[in-house]
Structures are given as structure tokens and as C-alpha cells.
Design a protein around this ligand. Structure first.
Ligand SMILES: *Cc1c(COP(=O)(O)O)cnc(C)c1O
Length: 335
């Protein structure tokens, strides 16, 4: 599948992204395994919960929300606290904070230490380049409703040869999420259970849209939109929440004396636009502008113009240069 850059089969499950996470864990791990998890947000934290639900031992490398993990830091972790783990879980784009991790670099140092890497690419697939085979990932998990632009309900899971080998030996309980069954059925152009047919057909269409635009052009568009959002936000005097922001969303730090829920509510009520607030424990402390998937330059212009208006209205800012900043970031070829 080209968005993953793998020659191996990518399996589609009738599940949310979390079901895909669960499938990766219960098919690749076996009882007694230790799983190392990089946790600097809601989804990193969720991976630990999923692994523990299967009785696995979890060692977590926890950082402050908004921070990314450098390959050097992960190497240090894997040489000490994470030494006994055979699996490392990395959230490529941590959607709760807007932070991006260097998946290629982290995978390289993990492989040097004999670890298999499971990647959460839910909000990086079709947003940032992913080289499943070339980077040597063991598994990657995505969901239909983020960069693939579909309604929720379809999880995509890619496994490497090494991961399929481990799946043969895996003794963890599984039934609906048995990926070996799914793979055997796929070889016969079928599925073990009724698939969400409308989503499978829609996926064909969304992949065709991506192919038509060109994967490189899709990445460039996300980079341009991310730049426009970041520049607009910092131009207004606000701070980005993430140290290394993802191109899929822009998380904005809320000033100490303010509540981010105000901005979310005003955009919804006055402009019929939905942005996301912070997830617990960061509720109110950040707000998130999503720009993954089907966005045109005009959508980003409208979003940032509305944000600008709301922030002026709420007196969070007392000036606006957003329009010029956004035009500069989007470039002349507006669409
Ligand atoms: C959305 C998301 C998930 C979980 O997807 P659900 O469909 O809500 O289960 C997992 N990881 C990341 C990074 C996500 O953004």
C-alpha cells in the first residue's frame, strides 16, 4: 500500500484506531513480554493502557505533554529502563499535543538494539512521509477518520515479516482482531467477518484522491497549511504547544489567565467551525486546529480569519496581522 510504502499486505479491521492499537499488541506480543512505551500525551498513555489490559509489563518513558522524543533520548531509555522490552511503541504524531516524533530516527536506534517498533501513525498517515519497509517498522496502525478523510470505523494495520513471525507464536487472547485470520482471508480476497463495506469503498475513493493529487503534493499541502497556522498563531503573540509540531494539527498554548474552551465555543457558535480543545488533563490549557486530510487553502484562510476575529473579540489579542501572515505562508497560488 503506497501511503504506508510497504509491499506487504495492510489489513483493514472493522474498528476505530484504538481497535487497531489493540490488534497490534495482541497479535505481536506474547504473555511475559515487556513493552516500552513513549508517553507524552493521551495516545502514548493509551498504548500503555492497552498493553496492560493484556497483562503485559509496560515500561514507560514519560515526558511533559507537548514534548517530542529525540532518538538519542530513546537510545538512553532503551539502554536502561527499557532494556528488557522486546517491543517499543512510538506515537508518530501525538494528536493530544500536536507533537511530532522522529519516527525514522527512533526506529533506527530501536532496531540497533533488537527491538521491534510499533508505530501509531493515525494522524501522520497521508500527512507526513512514512516508509514502512525502508525504515524497518514492525507494525503501523492508522484509522479511517484522520488523514484518510473518511468517517470512523476502519482501522488499518501493517505488519512486517518479523511481526508476522511473532504473531505465529503469540499466545494472547484474540478473536475479532486476529490478524492472522484476516491475512489468510485477504489472500482469498475476503474477510473473516462482515467488513464495513461502505468504508472500504470510501477508502478506495480517498486513496484515489490522494493518488490523483500525488503523495508528495499532499505532504507539501499539509506542510504549507501547518506553516500558515503556526505563523498566524505566533504572529498573534500566542505560543505553540508542541516543541516539534506535526503537520496534521496545530496545538496552541492557552495563556495562564484564559480558558481555551472559550475559543472553541465562539468558533462553533459564531462561525460554525469546529476546533478541538485540550483533552484531560490539559482541558482548557490548549486548543487544536486540525488541518489533516481534505483541506484547501481557502479553508485555512477562513479558519484563521475566524480565529483572528474571535481572539480579538475575546480580547486575547489586541492586534491582527493574520491576513498578511497567512497570505505569505500560503504563497501566491491560492486555491
Ligand atoms: C484518533 C487517534 C487514535 C485513536 O483513534 P480512535 O478511532 O478514536 O480509536 C489513536 N492514536 C492517535 C494518535 C489518534 O489521533
Amino acid at each position: 500500500m503506497r501511503v504506508f510504502n510497504t509491499r506487504l499486505p495492510v489489513l483493514a479491521l472493522c474498528a476505530g484506531g484504538t481497535g487497531g492499537m489493540e490488534a497490534a499488541i495482541c497479535n505481536i506480543a506474547s504473555s511475559g513480554d515487556t513493552v516500552a512505551v513513549l508517553n507524552a500525551g493521551k495516545f502514548g498513555e493509551r498504548w500503555g493502557k492497552v498493553a496492560r489490559a493484556y497483562g503485559l509489563k509496560v515500561v514507560e518513558y514519560t515526558k511533559r505533554w507537548g514534548e517530542s522524543f529525540s532518538p538519542e533520548e530513546v537510545a538512553e531509555f532503551l539502554d536502561h529502563d527499557g532494556a528488557e522490552a522486546s517491543l517499543l511503541v512510538v506515537t508518530h504524531s501525538e494528536t493530544s499535543t500536536g507533537a511530532l516524533n522522529d519516527l525514522e530516527g527512533i526506529t533506527r536506534i530501536a532496531r540497533e538494539r533488537g527491538k521491534l517498533v510499533i508505530a501509531d501513525v493515525v494522524t501522520s498517515l497521508a500527512v507526513h512521509p512514512i516508509e514502512f519497509d525502508a525504515w524497518g517498522l514492525a507494525a503501523a496502525v492508522a484509522g479511517s477518520q484522520k488523514g484518510l478523510m473518511l468517517p470512523p470505523g476502519l482501522a488499518l494495520v501493517a505488519l512486517s515479516e518479523a511481526a508476522w513471525d511473532r504473531a505465529k507464536r503469540s499466545d494472547l487472547p484474540k478473536f475479532s482482531y486476529n490478524l492472522t485470520l484476516a491475512k489468510d482471508s485477504l489472500a482469498k480476497n475476503s474477510t473473516p467477518f462482515t467488513p464495513p463495506v461502505p468504508l472500504v469503498l470510501a477508502l478506495e475513493e480517498s486513496l484515489r484522491l490522494i493518488e490523483d493529487e500525488g503523495l508528495e503534493a499532499v505532504f507539501a499541502r499539509h506542510a504549507r497549511h501547518a506553516r500558515a497556522c503556526r505563523n498566524a498563531v505566533t504572529g498573534l503573540g500566542l505560543e505553540l504547544f508542541a516543541d516539534h509540531p506535526s503537520n496534521g494539527l496545530t496545538a496552541v498554548r492557552v495563556p495562564e489567565d484564559r480558558d481555551g474552551a472559550e475559543v472553541v465555543a465562539h468558533l462553533r457558535e459564531r462561525h460554525a467551525m469546529r476546533i478541538a480543545g485540550g483533552q484531560a488533563p490539559m482541558a482548557g490549557r490548549l486548543f487544536r486546529l486540525g488541518h489533516m486530510g481534505h483541506y484547501r487553502d481557502g479553508d485555512i484562510r477562513d479558519l484563521l480569519a475566524a480565529l483572528d476575529e474571535v481572539l480579538l473579540e475575546l480580547a486575547w489579542v489586541d492586534h491582527s496581522k493574520t491576513r498578511e501572515i497567512v497570505e505569505a505562508a500560503l504563497g501566491p497560488a491560492g486555491s
